[in-house]
Design a protein around this ligand. Sequence first.
Ligand code: IMP
Ligand code: MG
Length: 198
Amino acid sequence: MPTPKLSGTEVEPNISHPQWAHEALGDLVISKDALRERVEELGELITTEYRGRPPLLVGVLKGASFFMSDLARVIKLPIEMDFMAVASYGSATRSSGVVRIVKDLDVDLTERHVVVVEDIVDSGLTLAYLQRYLQARKPASVEVCALLVKQGQQRAPLELKYVGFTIPAQFVVGYGLDVDEKYRNLNGIWCLKNKADQ
Ligand code: IMP
Ligand code: MG
């Protein structure tokens, strides 16, 4: 297919924005290439540390789904995968820490090495709840692999074994992360456009 030509007025000022999301996005926070590189590094770490005891990856829907599927493919062990879905009571952008399990695990955790795969840790309350919930099912171990951690926001003591990136405390979308269910399908991670700039 020939590449469509853009006229002067249609050229985007920030060409890294995909055109279809241009209205919503501010600065790029993590590029597609940086994501790929870091996910590969995390996969290598997990491969080394879990050799001989392949883990069960537990992805937290829906945000972690892209990260989970990329991470799973760079771990060179016969891992298993399962998913949970949780809903946090409270406002859309602030977690209350009171979590409702919307979809539970399908597999038994007894004596399993579990790695919880999460998209982003903000207050940390969701993850703290999940860790307690999973520990109660007598796994051999539970560790966390979080793609993003928002700097200085955590309100619960958490041990995060694997972290992709620490980012400033701003709302981000893309690579699984949404605002009102949209923009999960961006390849990179962007912050939202400032209301003042619109
Ligand atoms: P926490 O309980 O405050 O750590 O909230 C964690 C959950 O809130 C994440 O798993 C996300 O689903 C959501 N969340 C927190 N910050 C963001 C963000 O910047 N963009 C999209 N979702 C977010
Ligand atoms: Mg999440």
